[in-house]
Design a protein around this ligand. Structure first.
Ligand SMILES: NC(=O)C1=CN([C@@H]2O[C@H](COP(=O)(O)OP(=O)(O)OC[C@H]3O[C@@H](n4cnc5c(N)ncnc54)[C@H](OP(=O)(O)O)[C@@H]3O)[C@@H](O)[C@H]2O)C=CC1
Ligand SMILES: Nc1nc2c(ncn2[C@@H]2O[C@H](COP(=O)(O)O)[C@@H](O)[C@H]2O)c(=O)[nH]1
Ligand SMILES: [K+]
Length: 347
């Protein structure tokens, strides 16, 4: 047994210190980023936010809505091949990742879809990115799809970030246990505070010209700015994008003044009982669920939430004098805090 003593931080443990700047308006900052993917040499630019590959938010409708802002989506894994073929032949699929795990069936489906509609972005997603099997899957996928950008995870340490990039990933997905509907830390005791995970993994990735996506744990728009400040090239969001018209969750309605109004929407982890019942016929005997099922408030079109998220990032940039999103990590000084929000009137 060993104990590591240096502090490891979560989003809530820090704030960003303001800095003198010449920026006069939040309209004067540029939130787009341009990247060259290490393995394909191809360029991408846009707003580096990715909707998580979860049933409720990793949807084709979210992809279409986010594309307007140059943002992305990792589609959930449960569309059938025909739907995927049709979607990936649309222009709206430009910023969408095809997501899959490590099973043979997953990979056969990807090949079948790719043969009809070329896939240019692949998200290899498993709960535990530390297994040999996963590294082998990344290598095999890189060989089979030399021209596709590959995002792979999840991991939380520099060593494994490097291993996945060397195996063929362009983007490493970072986060074990920070998610809004995640119970991995509670069930297993395993995890890593998300801000530190992003700082350490991005440092490792950037040394190899790789990129990272901070996945999970964003609870307020400010966490997005902190993630970019910590070095995340992309940030992935689940819960913050749930509850919208473009989602695939069940809506709950209430009668109000004789009218039926939408009030809530289901949202669940991909390792929850709900997901396992739906896709695997239940929870296997030797494992426990590692996700929750919750109801989030119904929030209308995702457009409003995107404006809040992007507006928060723009404002953060003016506070630290970053004209372009790329400058944010260089201009970020985190200060450790005992409390970050005044909750007298709620969160
Ligand atoms: N970022 C995070 O913290 C987490 C994210 N998730 C999300 O939920 C999805 C579904 O998760 P889930 O169904 O649990 O598994 P996955 O889809 O990740 O993968 C399951 C495969 O990995 C094997 N495996 C080995 N160790 C583990 C482990 N500790 N946890 C999970 N699988 C393991 C499983 O074998 P076997 O079943 O035989 O053990 C199975 O073959 C994930 O793909 C991910 O998107 C889930 C948990 C954590
Ligand atoms: N441990 C679990 N993690 C999960 C599960 N389903 C999804 N996830 C992870 O959460 C993020 C989204 O986080 P959020 O805080 O933005 O909501 C997602 O991308 C996955 O990595 C789960 O069942 N268990
Ligand atoms: K995910």
């Amino acid at each position: 047994m060993r104990i590591e003593n240096d502090p490891k931080l979560d989003f809530r443990d820090v704030l960003i210190r303001p800095k003198r700047s010449t920026l006069g308006s939040r309209a004067h900052v540029d939130v787009t980023r341009s990247f060259r993917f290490a393995h394909t040499g191809k360029d991408w630019s846009g707003f580096p936010l990715i909707a998580a590959n979860m049933d409720v938010v990793g949807t084709m409708a979210i992809a279409r809505a986010l594309l307007k802002h140059g943002a992305m989506v990792a589609l959930h894994k449960h569309y059938d091949a025909d739907e995927l073929v049709a979607f990936f032949s649309e222009a709206e699929a430009a910023n969408a990742f095809y997501s899959l795990g490590t099973t043979e069936a997953d990979h056969d489906k990807l090949k079948a879809v790719h043969a009809k509609s070329p896939i240019t972005k692949i998200c290899l997603d498993v709960a535990n990115g530390y297994t040999e099997k996963f590294v082998d899957t990344v290598k095999a996928t890189r060989e089979a799809f030399p021209d596709a950008a590959i995002m792979a995870g999840n991991v939380v340490t520099g060593d494994m970030t490097e291993a996945l990039i060397l195996a063929g990933a362009d983007i490493v997905k970072v986060g074990i246990g920070p998610g809004s509907v995640c119970t991995t830390r509670k069930m297993t005791g395993v995890g890593y505070p998300q801000l530190s995970a992003i700082i350490e993994c991005s440092d490792a990735a950037h040394g190899l010209k790789g990129l990272v996506c901070g996945d999970g744990g964003v609870t307020v728009p400010g966490d997005l700015a902190k993630g970019y400040g910590a070095g995340a090239d992309f940030m992935m969001l689940g819960g913050m994008l749930a509850g919208h018209d473009e989602c695939e969750g069940d809506i709950r309605y209430e009668e109000r003044d004789g009218e039926k109004v939408a009030v809530g929407m289901t949202f669940y982890g991909m390792s929850s009982d709900t997901a396992m019942k739906r896709y695997s016929g239940g929870v296997a005997k030797y494992r426990a669920s590692e996700g929750k099922t919750v109801e989030v408030p119904y929030r209308g079109p995702v457009e409003g939430t995107m404006q809040e998220l992007m507006g928060g990032v723009r404002s953060a940039m003016t506070y630290i004098g970053a004209v372009r999103l790329k400058e944010v990590p260089k201009r970020t000084t985190f200060i450790m805090v005992g409390s970050q929000l005044n909750t007298i009137f709620g969160g």
